[in-house]
Design a protein around this ligand. Structure first.
Ligand code: UT7
Length: 355
């Protein structure tokens, strides 16, 4: 039987480390200033979220989401031993696309050197917009494509540039402190095997659109003409151009759905925690993950987190966390991961797969 295998994995975060204390001194373009500009502090951020630091791209206009995606993709392709020209499908999850359209996957294709006459492969390029759930949603798509025989080398990428859309002021501190920039990618392909547990074993994706306005970034309203009709003197202007979140509601829904989704993943696939090497939850808040682990009865020694180092990189968190702990020597080739995600939409889901 044909099953989907993870052939390679790679991640990339920008060099610039931003500490919790730095966030007190950031101006609106995330340039550090001498004076304190935002009322927040390291103790609050660590206690409520577990985050110690995150990475930001330079603010000189030189790096965007497709650039982060490119670096992660090159590393994943090298890890898989796959040439970029052999990729026949790119699926890119992001909530911070380079521009409104076209999607960021085509910019990535061009930067990989596989677009255009002569050198081009004309591979399929999908952007998916499932925010923090993008990796699990993308994995389900890739798995279906590969099992159907549609594609043989799928590059699945999660990439985010959050730092340019955050509100660096006391008003925006609840959301601003959470997010970081980064990207991670996997290369997936078919594997002929009799082992029903090999490769991608389970995926399940869910959504509840009644939560859409509990976590959103509006930017424009296509119902209106002009659809970018901002009045920068309007005191509510900031709500249109920075992410808005009902943190408590999102927190509660995240815990509830991640508990149910991870428990269903095991029950439906007939596995127990003995069959799982690592639980990799989405990295939105360490307190969410600790609650999920407690309520769902997940062995704490099997849990991998990286929010301490990178904050929330939305679509990138799951592969970034796996790659981080692989580099630290914890995760090994062939280990079986249960990943559970939750994000804006609301969207959520789980996947069980071998690395
Ligand atoms: O990946 C997408 C999914 N996103 C999430 O899952 C995020 C879910 N939500 C959360 O993680 C939490 O709700 C937050 C971390 C965002 C907020 O934590 P909280 O425990 O719900 O705090 P809160 O909003 O109830 O605020 C408590 C206090 C408030 O002050 P008062 O009114 O009690 O005086 C806030 O103004 O903390 C204040 N506060 C801050 N103080 C220092 C809020 N943000 C900050 C901050 N620094 N950054």
């Amino acid at each position: 039987m044909i099953r989907t295998a993870v052939l390679g994995l790679g991640s990339y975060v920008p060099d610039r480390v931003v500490t919790n204390d730095d966030l007190r001194h950031m101006d609106s373009k995330h340039v550090l200033q001498e004076e304190v500009l935002t009322e927040t502090n390291d103790a609050w951020i660590q206690q409520r979220t577990g985050i110690r630091e995150r990475r930001y791209v330079p603010n000189d206009g030189s790096v965007g989401t497709s650039d982060l995606a490119l670096e992660a993709s090159k590393r994943a392709l090298a890890d898989a031993g796959v040439d970029a020209k052999d990729v026949d499908c790119i699926i890119l999850g992001t909530l911070s696309p380079d521009i409104h359209f076209p999607g960021t996957a085509v910019f990535l294709q061009d930067k990989l050197g596989i677009a255009g006459e002569g050198k081009g492969t004309s591979c399929a390029c999908y952007d998916i917009r499932q925010q923090c759930s993008g990796f699990v949603y993308g994995l389900q798509m890739a798995d279906a494509f590969i099992k159907a025989g549609m594609y043989k080398r799928v590059l699945l990428v999660g990439a985010e540039t959050h730092s340019h859309s955050l509100d660096f002021s006391t008003r925006g501190r609840d959301v601003m402190v959470l997010f970081g920039d980064g990207a991670a990618a996997v290369v997936l392909g078919p594997q002929e095997t009799d082992d029903a547990r090999a490769g991608v074993l389970y995926t399940d994706c869910r959504a509840d659109g009644s939560g859409a306005w509990n976590l959103y970034l509006k930017i424009f309203d296509i119902k209106k003409a002009p659809y970018l009709g901002y009045d920068t003197r309007d005191p509510e202007f900031y709500k249109d151009v920075h992410p808005q979140m009902d943190g408590k509601r999102v927190f509660l829904h995240a815990v509830r759905n991640m508990v149910v989704s991870s428990q269903q993943a095991l029950a439906r696939s007939g596995l127990t925690w003995d069959d799982i090497d690592w639980f990799v939850p989405h990295q939105a808040n360490l307190r969410i993950n600790e609650k999920v682990v407690e309520v769902a009865g997940i062995p704490p020694e099997k849990v991998l987190n990286t929010i301490q180092f990178y904050g929330n990189t939305t679509a990138a968190t799951v592969p970034l966390t796996i790659d981080h702990w692989r580099k630290e020597g914890k995760v090994k080739k062939g280990d079986r991961v249960l990943a559970t995600v939750f994000g804006a939409g609301f969207t959520w889901g789980s996947a069980i797969f071998q690395v």
